[in-house]
Design a protein around this ligand. Structure first.
Ligand SMILES: *Cc1c(COP(=O)(O)O)cnc(C)c1O
Length: 387
């Protein structure tokens, strides 16, 4: 067989994204049904007039912006919001036609792509308005206001002149206005109310000037769960869709399900340690005659670079210790408890195997983060298997 014939025979296999988990041997299991369920829980709790712009930033919290967007578009999501233009492009590439809001930061150099894909940019100042108008004859915009988060957005004082400028500008299609209520380490619950009051002041001035944007939104996960009064015209939660709440007992009691069901890898090597390897390295958990396993997943795949003490994996339905140190694409296991383990056997770093489970909360805590941090540490190069 010639080389080119081999290549063309393998093309279908190489091009099939669903083959990724098998080809790599490590994958994340993402429960798309849970994401759909979380969307429905939110839809059922919101008044029918309130639109849902699903925030799918950071590649939908590691769960795959394209696939998640397609599922949520089928469920009836009104639009999407992302920070990275690359996430927006992935969503368009898989055929989703819904409005996509780009949070602040889209590069002006990307104007042609933004225009071709019908994306909406965020504008926080007259300067930004000017830059985008010079780059494109027509633009879709959401105005962004900062109500006290000290991040992007026009200040409440600047908001009026920005609204007046965009409504007078030719070629500028104003789709909406939004703010992000997020908490600084110094914030108190009263700050949320103060920020909402600032929004109401901005809106009543805009209404009397006749330039209130058609879609006003300010609630992310924390807002939709705890502040129904802030629903306004639309909401843009993100973490909620992968099943995360802030933990406190919320005003709206949604039953959310986690999207990440498992982190799966497999044994790429199994052997019994013998004296021909030389003296046992001390302090790393090696013992004479020990069964050693190696898995194809390392700190380059999101595992902590320092193996946390107490970290374990599931092999053959039993917990086994993960040994120090971690490598870029490999980890060692002490297989003493599972002497029958064979190369190729599945290994669970998060999730269930037989009667044993390593829950998401345990992994988040071992990895020295919280659930949002765990989702944010999912790597885009690790294939996702959708359940
Ligand atoms: C992250 C983000 C959201 C969504 O926040 P969650 O806490 O994940 O719901 C909404 N709006 C903006 C501007 C954001 O940056």
């Amino acid at each position: 067989m010639t080389m080119s014939a081999m290549v063309s025979n393998d093309e279908a296999l190489i091009a099939d994204p669903a083959a990724g988990p098998d080809l790599r041997g490590s994958w994340y299991e993402i429960d798309l049904g849970a994401i759909r369920h979380n969307y429905r829980e939110l839809r059922d709790t919101l008044p029918a007039t309130v639109k849902i712009y699903a925030c799918l930033k950071r590649n939908a919290y590691g769960c795959g912006a394209d696939t998640v967007a397609r599922a949520l578009a089928e469920e009836g999501a009104d639009g999407f919001a992302v920070a990275s233009l690359l996430d927006a492009m992935a969503i368009r590439r898989c055929g989703v036609q819904s409005p996509i809001l780009l949070y602040p930061g889209a590069p002006i150099k990307a104007a042609a792509v933004i225009d071709a894909l019908g994306l909406t940019v965020s504008i926080s100042s007259l300067d930004e308005l000017d830059l985008w108008r010079r780059a494109l004859p027509t633009i879709r915009v959401f105005l962004k206001v900062d109500l006290g988060f000290f991040r992007a957005g026009a200040t409440p004082r600047q908001a009026g002149s920005l609204m007046a400028a965009v409504s007078a500008a030719a070629g500028v299609h104003v789709e909406g206005l939004y703010a992000h209520i997020s908490e600084l380490p110094t914030s108190t619950p009263a700050d949320v109310i103060r920020q909402f009051n600032r929004m109401q002041t901005i809106l009543s001035a805009a209404t009397s000037e006749g330039n209130r944007p058609p879609l006003v939104m300010m609630s992310s996960t924390e807002g939709v769960l705890n502040h129904p009064e802030m629903d306004l015209d639309a909401v843009d939660p993100g973490a909620l869709f992968v099943g995360l709440t802030e933990g406190r007992s919320p005003v709206r009691r949604l039953t959310l399900r986690p999207a990440l069901k498992a982190i799966v890898t497999h044994l790429v090597a199994v052997k019994r340690i013998d004296p021909s390897l030389g003296p046992l390295p001390s302090g790393l958990g090696f013992r004479e005659d020990m069964m050693l396993g190696v898995v194809g997943f390392g700190w380059g795949d999101g595992f902590p670079r320092e193996v946390p003490s107490g970290a374990s994996a599931l092999v053959g339905g039993l917990r086994v210790p993960i040994l120090r140190p971690a490598h870029l694409e490999h980890l060692r296991l002490d297989l003493t408890r599972v002497p029958d383990a064979r190369v190729g056997d599945p290994v669970i770093l998060l999730g269930r195997q037989g009667d044993e489970e390593i829950p998401l909360a345990e992994v988040a805590s071992l990895w020295n983060t919280d659930a949002v941090g765990l989702y944010a540490s999912l790597r885009d190069h690790v294939p996702r298997l959708y359940l």
